[in-house]
Design a binder for this molecule. Structure first.
Ligand SMILES: [Zn+2]
Ligand SMILES: [Zn+2]
Length: 558
């Protein structure tokens, strides 16, 4: 540990507001100062995509109310790279912080394009810095270090204060030839390791996997072979931000005498930004989907968005036959140059089945090396540890199993102190051994149409209605609390058989039963009466259908 301490009580702390115990919505805060009075920097501000358990929710962002409370003391947000799980929450959350954002040119261009789509381009001060930039933010000396990942300009952050130093890896892997940008900067990491890195805050995504990954250049070779060998059209789907993959496909197409059509706005956007920032040569030309019908099958490669089965993306529309321009024919080839992110298996499999039924040749990662991960396996972790030689490891960017895997692995590599710091835990990390000292507000916020929901009650109800449907019953009572006329009811999502008169009888019987069992004078308590009717209707439908549907009673008094 660094013993050069100016102020004996100053400490360095960290608190993740997202990204630990999950893969998504990364947001880390580092603080320095006297206990309880820290200056802060924030690293990344990402989102998570909603899954089937959050029906109707567009995106999920971290609860950063803790950061908002301390915004006067936050020097800046630094972005490690332009993946949604690292910068996607900025449009929704920046206003509560109002601090400058530091980013390298590609990340800054991606952010400007994202903000422009939200009409926020003039609001957010972006400080564009070159790769490998060194700058001071209050008590923090920052150095950006080149890493390799699956997007241009991923960076690790060396964060130094006068009580010690932290290396925050961001998302990274080792790759001798990442195709765009340099490999992970081994010489600089070794130098920093010799100078002394105390705490390594490290990506855990692939810590459950042994060995090392293949290189992006190996994927490029495979793409060349596959595209060359194909007799008819080739449709490739990949992550729109994977510029190296786009470049490899463009080069493979060019070598095979084919043109590349871009299908999907996200791809067009990334290609433009990659050209502006020099990651794709200006003279690489791409066609639009308008050109599809004019191109001979043997001269056509389509790059399409939607490798995760996203419903509105190009790949899904091609598979469903609803894409206005791109209509594959039997024996065309479709390459999924991607990994299916856990949670997306069903939608991807749905698309693959549709494509298979069209007699297309489908190639996925399990058929050929058409994709490589962007995260370090254990062999790569081992190398990084040996360069950086940290005293302490804090595993981040992983679900519980991944965090634990890195914990176990780093201990096996002789690193004694491994501290898991979960979302919302405030940990003192320097100069003394790490320990959790406080808990701060944290959680998930759901973007739902024009709203940001703080709790998930509405979503819970939606989830329930999606499995058990809903019944609404309208009941009229007179001043004395007696039933007037016949109740009306309407249903959503009940089995068809429930539309017969049988259910009318069941509901009417349940309501009549309730009126009989509740004495007239107690019926004046309308809430009590409503609840009694609701319960008896629900249990009568349960007896008939076998499911407890959501019942709403509308009680009118005349
Ligand atoms: Zn990433
Ligand atoms: Zn990530």
């Amino acid at each position: 540990m660094n013993k050069n301490i100016n102020s004996p009580k100053a400490e360095m702390v960290m608190v993740p507001l997202g990204g630990v115990g999950e893969i998504g919505m990364n947001c880390m805060m580092y603080g320095y100062g006297l206990k309880g009075d820290y200056k802060w920097i924030m690293v990344d501000l990402g989102l998570t995509f909603a899954g089937p358990r959050e029906p109707g929710v567009e995106i999920i962002v971290p609860d950063i109310s803790f950061a908002e409370q301390h915004r006067d003391k936050i020097e800046a947000i630094i972005l490690t790279h332009a993946h949604e799980d690292h910068y996607g929450a900025i449009p929704d959350l920046w206003e509560g912080l109002q601090v400058p954002i530091y980013a390298t040119p590609f990340t800054a261009a991606m952010l400007r394009a994202k903000l422009a789509r939200e009409g926020m381009e003039d609001m957010v001060p972006i400080k564009e810095v070159p790769r490998r930039a060194k700058f001071d933010l209050g008590p923090f000396q920052i150095e950006m270090v080149d890493m390799a990942h699956s997007i241009p300009e991923p960076l690790g952050l060396h964060i130094k204060t006068d009580v010690g130093s932290v290396f925050h890896t961001g998302d990274w892997k080792l790759d001798p030839d990442p195709i765009v940008g340099p490999p992970t900067d081994e010489p600089r990491l070794k130098e920093l390791g010799q100078q002394g890195i105390d705490v390594l805050v490290c990506d855990s995504t692939n810590a459950t996997r042994d060995g090392t990954s293949i290189s992006e250049i190996d994927v490029a070779k495979t793409m060349k072979e596959l595209i060359k060998a194909a007799e008819r059209r080739v449709i490739v789907t990949t992550f729109a931000s994977n510029v190296a993959r786009i470049k490899s496909v463009a080069e493979a197409a060019y070598e095979a005498g084919r043109y590349v059509i871009l299908a999907g706005r996200a791809l067009e956007r990334v290609v433009n930004i990659a050209k502006e920032t020099g990651y794709i040569p200006e003279d690489y030309s791409f066609l639009s989907d308008e050109d599809f019908q004019h191109l001979p099958a043997a001269e056509c490669v389509v790059l399409a968005t939607g490798s995760q089965g996203e419903g509105r993306a190009a790949m899904a529309r091609i598979a469903e036959g609803s894409h206005p321009k791109i209509k594959p024919k039997p024996n065309d080839t479709v390459i999924f140059s991607s990994r299916t992110i856990p949670g997306n298996e069903r939608s991807v499999s749905y698309i693959i089945n549709l494509l298979s039924s069209m007699d297309l040749n489908i190639i996925t990662e399990s058929d050929a090396p058409v994709h490589v991960t962007g995260h370090p396996r254990r062999g790569e972790l081992e190398q990084l540890y040996s360069w950086v030689k940290p005293d302490v490891i804090v595993p981040v960017h992983g679900e519980e199993q991944h965090l634990r895997a890195q914990q176990t692995f780093s201990k096996s590599q002789g690193i004694e102190t491994v501290q898991i710091v979960r979302n919302g835990q405030l940990a003192s990390i320097l100069p003394a051994a790490p320990r959790i000292i406080d808990e701060v507000p944290n959680g998930r916020l759901y973007r739902d149409g024009h709203f940001i929901l703080e709790d998930d009650e509405a979503i819970r109800v939606r989830r329930k209605i999606s499995t058990v449907g809903a019944v609404t019953v309208s009941v009229i009572v007179d001043q004395k609390g007696d039933l007037v006329g016949l109740p009306c009811w309407t249903e959503l999502g009940l089995p068809n058989d429930a539309e017969t008169g049988e259910v009318d009888d069941i509901i009417i019987k349940a309501i009549n039963g309730t009126f009989k069992s509740v004495p007239q004078k107690r019926r004046k308590d309308q809430n009590m009466l409503k609840e009694a009717i609701r319960r008896s209707v629900r249990s009568a439908i349960n007896e008939y259908w076998g499911k407890k549907t959501v019942v709403t009673i509308m009680l009118h008094q005349i």
